[in-house]
Ligand binder design. Structure first.
Ligand code: ADP
Ligand code: MG
Length: 365
């Protein structure tokens, strides 16, 4: 019997793929691993589900002609969380499909709380609070360790809407480098942030003074996935250096991707770059184990990890279903390809446990 791995994509992504346009989902990279693990692939999107007849309108390699297939038993969910995709994911689950990744609370604060449940992660987790009157009261304490605090939209991405607050000369404060008044600076800052929080949810996060590469701050995008045997694995990491922007390393903000083997020796002369990378991997694996307890089935993550002057890793953000192109841009095609192989390996593992559960008469959700 053919085992079909369903890959649930956003509708517009699938349409771009069908039109032969380049998108960040490099679906052709699934093909070789699918052959290796003995799985067939079916691309589909939320609107291609026929609930009444319990089937999906799928596209298969290489021709992508539409075919109706029964609901795939295992689905790699690559859709963003919006209502139609969420309904599709819930429906697939009710049909008995094993769907990874699951729906999870999207906000940065929920992720922070999930990570904070692990004592071992705490030395690597910047303190964070929701922006609220109480949170504002704790602003001076958050500023203490590094002299900076990041103010981030709770559901933002791509560096949008992020502010950095720092101490200025005397008793003044700076927002994105500009002084917030001279006298009364703290009161004005509080008023300004309180105004912000009326429009949107934000978090306050302790700032980390990022290490520098070629004179500019950088952080790491660390891929973290479940792979063969369901084990967590780090297929690779890429460094992202801020260029145009003073403190955002996002590639969408003009950041550039670099291989860690170039960045770590340059940023930390005299230190063992492999030991630094190893510690980052160790922290990342811990993140996987911790988040899995909170959100079973989570399998496909991209961590933003900052390194401070001592090369200590700090988890700045956890991205779900991230775009996976940092390794491509950092010139590491083999590692980039691994970010597509791991989900297929994990899917194979899920098929195998379902088969075992079936043989012993147990049901596997
Ligand atoms: N606490 C922090 N300390 C230092 N730099 C940070 C911190 N938080 C974020 N940054 C910088 O801002 C970038 C964007 O922040 P992030 O939390 O990843 O938001 P987004 O979801 O918009 O990417 C990070 O990649 C990093 O360069
Ligand atoms: Mg980010």
């Amino acid at each position: 019997m053919t085992r079909t791995l369903g890959i649930l994509l956003d509708r517009w992504i699938l349409n771009h793929i069908l039109a032969g346009r380049q998108v960040f989902e490099a679906v052709e990279l699934y093909r070789q691993p699918a052959a290796e693990f003995g799985l067939a692939l079916a691309l589909f999107e939320p609107h291609g589900i026929d609930r009444r007849r319990r089937r999906v309108r799928a596209r298969r390699f290489p021709a992508f002609a539409p075919v109706w297939l029964p609901v795939p038993a295992v689905v790699h969910n690559r859709a963003l969380q919006y209502p139609s995709a969420n309904r599709a994911v819930r429906w697939l689950g009710r049909q008995g499909a094993a769907v990874f990744n699951p729906l999870v609370p999207a906000g940065k604060y929920a992720k922070h709380l999930a990570l904070a449940s692990s004592p071992a992660l705490r030395p690597h987790l910047p303190a964070a609070l929701p922006l609220s009157p109480r949170g504002l009261g704790r602003l001076p304490a958050l500023l203490e360790p590094s002299g900076s605090v990041f103010v981030k939209p709770a559901t933002g991405s791509r560096g949008k809407g992020i502010l950095r607050v720092r101490r200025g000369p005397g008793r003044s404060y700076l927002v994105n480098g500009a002084a917030v008044g001279r006298a009364d600076s703290f009161r004005r800052l509080r008023r300004r942030l309180a105004r912000l929080s009326r429009r949107r949810r934000y978090i306050l996060q302790q700032g980390i003074t990022l290490a520098r590469f070629q004179g500019r701050p950088f952080d790491l995008r660390v891929h973290l996935q479940r792979g063969e045997g369901g084990r967590w694995t780090v297929p690779g990491m890429g460094a992202r250096r801020a260029n145009l922007h003073p403190f955002l390393t996002n590639l969408t903000r003009g950041g550039s991707a670099h291989p860690v083997r170039e960045v770590l020796p340059a940023a930390f002369p005299g230190r063992d770059p492999e030991a630094i990378a190893e510690q980052v991997r160790r922290v990342a694996l811990l993140v996987g184990e911790t988040l899995e307890r909170a959100w079973p089935g989570v399998a496909d993550l991209g961590l933003d990890v900052g390194l401070d002057a001592d090369a200590r890793p700090w988890i700045l953000e956890v991205n779900l279903r991230e775009l996976r192109y940092t390794l491509r841009d950092a010139g590491e095609p083999e590692r980039w390809a691994l970010t597509y192989r791991n989900p297929v390996a994990y899917a194979r593992h899920l098929f195998d446990i379902r088969a075992t559960a079936g043989m012993t008469g147990r049901r596997h959700a």
